[in-house]
Design a protein. Sequence first.
Length: 108
Amino acid sequence: MVEDIFIPIAFFAALFGIVYVVITARNRERMAMLEKGADPKDLISGKPSVYNILKWALLLVGVGLGIFIGALFATYTSLDEEAAYFASALFFGGLGLVVAYLVARKAE
C-alpha cells in the first residue's frame, strides 16, 4: 500500500529536482557571463539546426519502429513482452541516431 503512494511521490520529486537543477545552473551561467561583461543573449540561438531536427526525427521514427517490431516479437515469438518492446525500441532508436549521423556527415 505504501509503495503505491511512494512511487508517484518519488517520480514527481525527482522531476522537480531535475528542473530545479537545470534552472539554477542556467541562472549561474548567465550571472557569470554578466560578471565577465559578456552578453547572455549569446546563449540563445535563433534557429534550431537542421541536423538537430533530423536527429530527433530519426530517433523518434526509430523508437516508433522499434515499438512496432517489439509488438510483432511479443505476439509471434516466445520472448518476454517487456523485453521485446524495450530491446527493439532501444535498438531501432540507436539505429535511427546512426542514420542521422551518417546523413549529417554526408551532407557536410
